[in-house]
Design a protein around this ligand. Structure first.
Ligand code: SF4
Length: 439
């Protein structure tokens, strides 16, 4: 199984008739500019770059990446490989490289740990000698790692433009405005059972400022693995929940817990009262922020039907960031960790159609050749923001650290980190974190 980079190059050089991760693929990729080096986008006005989030609007104040020095842009893959390995060898335990499941294989090959965002942040804690934590993921993940690491450790994001379009859909100003409106509507007094009007719950995929917002207001963080446990905790303490930024994870989880759809209105921050009537808000149990992941939004019921037609007996597993209809039509839904474990535990000869980011799906295909594994989405369209990390940036930050320079450091001020840790600790008390896999 070749990497996604190689697949994209093959498709484009063959004039859109190459191979793909899916046996029934239309053999295409979503944007031919995926073949361009990511530094070509660093000098342009901020954008998420080609890939699944390319049509999402990026906040004007998004972190920008300056131009990568010429020597790294000019270096061949072989030269970068030698330089990264040499820098890692020289640094030894002083630097740990973390690779998210959705990261490209060309970067994952250098990772000391591979996992989801929270697993990786926890993994960094098991490296007491690491002075640099180099997070090959996206911005909110590096923030979480910074908040959970020691003050003398530096968290480095190799490309500052690696944000997350979903996390950017909820910013502190619009959530604070929403909260003010909710206080006007529901008041601030607890009911006879001691339950406050609203508990804020933020998905891990959010800025540190929003985690702090939750920590300061009796709220909590959740991951896609523990969202049900966290929501149960919130329902015991609040009459309703404000869930952000991913409406799909919130809806899919609460629906499974028996909350009727009519009691889960969506809150659109661009509209007064979130676009809802007073009656709808009165009966609401979960207010779902109007956010989504553009990778997981691409999956459809039609793709599931096609997979079942082409592969009788196929097991369809999707991520809970997918739309509700897709989760309902699948055989199972769960976090990246759930998907990885389901594939690992299956008997040889199993067939999986998987609804999550293409890099993870193709990697699983390579790791488990005894199975048939393909991505539900027939178009190769990676997470745009993970794709902004390239070996060139990794070589740049590693060599700089070897010289004593800390580049692209992500630092969360203590005024935010302290309340954000409160929300994270509440989650950890409910559901201890699982550990990232040592690569
Ligand atoms: S896959 Fe979706 S939620 Fe994850 S980093 Fe990419 S845009 Fe964000």
């Amino acid at each position: 199984m070749s990497s996604v980079d190689v697949t994209i190059q093959t498709i484009l050089s063959a004039g859109s008739t190459g191979v793909s991760g899916s046996p029934f693929a239309t053999r295409s990729t979503c944007n031919s500019r995926l073949a361009d080096a990511p530094w070509q986008f660093d000098v342009l006005p901020p954008s998420y770059g080609p890939g699944s989030s390319e049509n999402d609007s990026i906040p004007a104040n998004s972190p920008r990446q300056g131009q990568l020095p010429q020597e790294y842009r000019d270096a061949s893959p072989q030269e970068l490989d030698l330089r990264i390995r040499a820098a890692k060898h020289a640094l030894g335990e002083r630097a740990v490289v973390l690779g998210h499941f959705y990261q490209r294989d060309e970067v994952i090959q250098y990772a000391d740990f591979v996992g989801d965002s929270f697993q990786l942040a926890q993994a960094a804690k098991t490296c007491p000698n690491a002075e640099a934590i180099i997070f090959c993921g996206v911005h909110f993940m590096a923030e979480t790692a910074d908040m959970l690491s020691r003050v003398d450790q530096s968290v480095i994001l190799p490309n500052l433009a690696a944000g997350c379009s979903m996390a950017d859909m909820a910013d502190i100003d619009s959530v604070s405005e929403c909260w003010e409106q909710l206080e006007e509507i529901y008041g601030t007094e607890a009911d006879a059972d001691g339950r406050v009007p609203v508990i804020p719950v933020t998905y891990m995929n959010s800025s540190a400022a929003l985690k702090a917002f939750c920590g300061e207001r009796g709220g909590v963080v959740c991951t896609s693995s523990n969202a049900a446990v966290v929501l149960q905790w919130a329902f015991e303490r609040g009459q309703r929940v404000l869930f952000f930024p991913d409406q799909h994870l919130g809806r899919n989880t609460a629906k499974k817990m028996g909350v009727p759809l009519a009691q889960m209105p969506t809150w659109d921050p661009r509209k007064p009262m979130g676009g809802n009537t007073a009656a709808t808000l009165e009966s609401a149990k979960v207010l779902l922020w109007h956010g989504f992941c553009s990778v997981h939004k691409r999956f459809s019921v039609a793709q599931i039907e096609q997979a079942r037609k082409d592969y009788p007996g196929v097991r369809v597993i999707v991520h809970p960031e997918c739309p509700m209809e897709v989760v309902d039509a699948a055989d199972a839904a769960g976090s990246t960790d759930f998907i990885v474990k389901a594939v690992a535990a299956a008997p040889a000869g199993s067939t999986f159609a998987i609804g999550t980011e293409i890099n993870l799906v193709q990697r699983l295909g390579g790791q488990y050749p005894q199975h048939t594994i393909f991505c539900l989405d027939p178009v190769i369209c990676p997470c745009s923001t993970m794709y902004r990390i390239h070996p060139g940036y990794l070589a740049w930050v590693l060599e700089a650290f070897e010289r004593g320079d800390v580049l692209n450091q992500i630092t969360v001020p203590e005024s935010i980190a302290v309340p954000a840790r409160v929300a994270l600790e509440r989650m950890l008390a409910l559901a201890p974190a699982t550990v990232a896999v040592k690569a």
